[in-house]
Design a protein around this ligand. Structure first.
Ligand code: PLP
Length: 228
């Protein structure tokens, strides 16, 4: 892939986001695009940032750290979207601005402690295992309310909303019920705390359906950077 391909792909994804917003009568300014860059080298990420990509999503913190160093100074935010052990809280905070994948009280506690040591606050999302899949991380639907309550005491964490990685289907329409359920869960939480307003869901194969169902953050890798 050339730099030009990346920029064109990005423009194409943006157009599709706008079209989905139009169908759903939503403001495209309220949908953030995260460019997912696992296995993509820094020199291929740079043209995307130059073409206006504002947020990078990384799964593995060691990889994120070396790319963040390589791309230092460029105007972009970094989101952690991969599973984190609590002992990776330190490196995650060193290289990420947001943590989208908070999935245990132990991790939340450690992120809170580490953020406190460096005197900052960190925006976080709670990852929900919306398909109750054994192979996936995330908080179960039935534990979500109590999990949110447990996080309330962590004053260094800014709880912004929910993130999900629903079951995979070839046909995006089949994911729609999971996206819709996520929106219901967010609305229930938001009724009690209006700061919970972000919904990170939708990837290359299904981000348009996710937007129609209320996603405020979509995480797109392949459609921008090509196959891994
Ligand atoms: C890889 C990944 C994505 C992006 O997937 P694509 O299908 O390449 O768009 C989004 N979210 C998470 C958590 C991922 O691991």
């Amino acid at each position: 892939m050339t730099d030009c391909d990346v920029a064109q792909n990005l423009a194409g994804v943006r157009r599709r986001i706008e079209a989905a917003c139009e169908r759903a009568r939503r403001d495209p300014a309220l949908v953030k695009l995260v460019g997912v860059t696992k296995t993509v080298p820094a020199e291929r990420i740079k043209p995307a940032i130059e073409a206006g990509l504002e947020i990078i999503g990384e799964n593995y913190m060691q990889e994120a750290k070396s790319k963040r160093d390589a791309l230092a100074g460029l105007p972009v935010l970094w989101h952690c979207i991969g599973h984190l052990q609590a002992n990776k809280a330190k490196i995650a905070l060193e290289c990420c601005d947001w943590i989208e994948s908070v999935d245990s009280v132990g991790l939340a506690a450690e992120l809170n402690r580490r953020a406190g040591l460096s005197g900052r606050k960190v925006p976080v999302l709670i990852q929900v295992n919306i398909g109750s899949e054994e192979t996936k991380n995330g908080i179960g639907e039935s534990e979500l309310t109590s999990f949110v309550e447990s996080c309330r005491g962590f004053e260094r964490l800014e709880l912004r909303g929910l993130m999900a990685l629903p079951p995979f289907f070839d046909q995006p329409e089949r994911v729609r019920p999971f996206f819709r359920r996520m929106r219901e869960l967010l609305d229930q939480l938001r009724a009690r705390d209006e700061n919970l307003c972000e919904l990170s869901m939708g990837m290359s194969g299904d981000f348009e359906v996710a937007i129609e169902e209320g996603a405020t953050i979509v995480r797109v890798g392949t459609a921008i950077f090509g196959h891994r």
